[in-house]
Design a protein around this ligand. Structure first.
Ligand code: KIV
Ligand code: ZN
Length: 389
């Protein structure tokens, strides 16, 4: 069966950059945008042009620079925001305006103090206005995760009639369970007139650690775009991590879904974003964390040395990591020690290994991790005493 494409909409430079301390200057944004384009993302959300002159400039410069991905600018549902975004996107080969409004009763009552009818009117107006400037208009129904499905369907139908090309269903507060989010997408697919004329998009936040699971539930129920960020950065607990959804779709071919991402660039991309934003990637982060392909327990090390697949479901080369690493700690066994010793030039006999292993364990008990320099020292000491004995 032919795989269907899921578009990757990267919002590292907009939702990701909203993280306190992650603010970037235009030069840094250009560097990241160029790499995102090379990575193969379909859309780059470059910023929120009306929010500051700096953001306007970044969106404008990225629009000039990027050759392949569509460039998107965020707006609220008002004319001024849309006009400023249109201006910032003017040089883009494929400009997209991303406009929208809160649709949950929480937002309607507490944020806008208005009615559902008025929200519908503003949503339609915003899309129609954006269509005066660009063909590609994405509408976001903010807090769709907590929006009543019947009203959400009404909003979707109205913005489709107004010319939206993509409809974003954000779980803005990261509230939904995967089953619930998937059912929401399915409901829209089944109840909204002309829904097949637009692409449904998942934009999931990670407040309950479910952003990736929810995005996957979205695409398995008919959405065809995922909004995500490198390293999963974003408001509060972050967004869906790009590297996670890409590798989930790749590692599960039975889903029949694919992306255009060059996965071998993922590790480099992750490090670039981490460096430029000054945001450390947690070592146990899936796919791109420092420990994602590191093995430290003796049982696992023995298995991986015999055959990588015993404890690894991803070939590290597929995400740009040179090789799996065998970390030497007091939990390591003889197989790991022999493997690492060989890598630094010692081909140990069984007898030698027994001797070195004893020395290694007493050393490892005092240290968190035994590095190559330590290993050299251990070898020198134990092999020399062995020769004397
Ligand atoms: O989380 C959200 O709802 C958003 C929208 C502005 C798309 O970031
Ligand atoms: Zn968001």
């Amino acid at each position: 069966m032919l795989h269907q494409k899921v578009e990757i909409f990267d919002t590292t430079l907009r939702d990701g950059e909203q993280v306190p301390g992650c603010k970037l200057i235009t030069a840094q944004k250009l560097l990241i945008a160029e790499k995102l384009d090379a990575l193969g993302v379909d859309v780059i959300e470059a910023g929120f042009p009306i929010s500051s002159p700096g953001d306007f400039k970044s969106v404008y410069e990225i629009s000039k620079l990027v050759q392949n991905a569509a460039i998107c600018g965020l707006t609220r549902a008002n004319k001024k925001d849309i006009e400023v975004a249109a201006e910032a996107l003017r040089p883009a080969k494929r400009p997209r305006i991303h406009t929208g409004i809160g649709t949950s009763d929480f937002h309607i009552k507490h944020k806008f103090n208005t009615t559902r009818e008025e929200i519908l009117r503003r949503a339609k107006e915003a899309v129609k206005h954006a269509k005066n400037f660009v063909d590609d208009v994405e509408f976001y129904a903010e807090d769709a995760g907590r929006t009543d499905n019947a009203f959400l369907a009404e909003v979707c139908e109205a913005v489709i009639q107004s010319g939206a090309t993509v409809i974003n269903i954000p779980d803005t507060t990261g509230y939904c369970l995967p089953e619930e989010y998937g059912q929401k997408i399915k409901y829209l697919k089944e109840h909204v007139k002309d829904i097949d004329k637009v692409t449904l998009s998942c934009h999931c936040h990670n407040d309950l650690g479910l952003a990736t699971a929810n995005a996957i539930a979205g695409v398995t129920n008919g959405a065809r775009q995922i909004e995500c960020t490198i390293n999963g950065i974003g408001e509060r607990a972050g967004n869906t991590a790009l590297e996670e959804v890409v590798m989930i779709l790749r590692q599960h071919p039975t889903l029949n879904l694919t992306t255009g991402i060059r996965s071998e660039l993922l590790n480099e991309m992750s490090q670039l974003v981490s460096r430029e934003m000054g945001m450390v990637v947690q070592p146990n982060k899936a796919i791109v964390g420092a420990n994602a392909f590191a093995h430290s327990s003796g049982i696992h090390q023995d298995g991986v040395i015999k055959s990588r697949e015993t404890y690894e479901i991803i070939n590290p080369a597929d995400v740009g990591v040179t090789e799996s690493s065998i970390i030497l700690t007091a939990r390591s066994g003889r197989a790991a020690l022999a493997y690492r010793a060989k890598k630094i030039g010692y081909d140990l006999t069984k007898l030698e290994l027994d001797k070195v292993y004893k020395e290694f364990l007493s050393y490892a008990d005092l240290k968190k991790e035994v590095a190559d320099e330590d290993l050299h020292q251990i070898m020198e000491v134990s092999l020399k005493t062995q020769a004397i004995a």
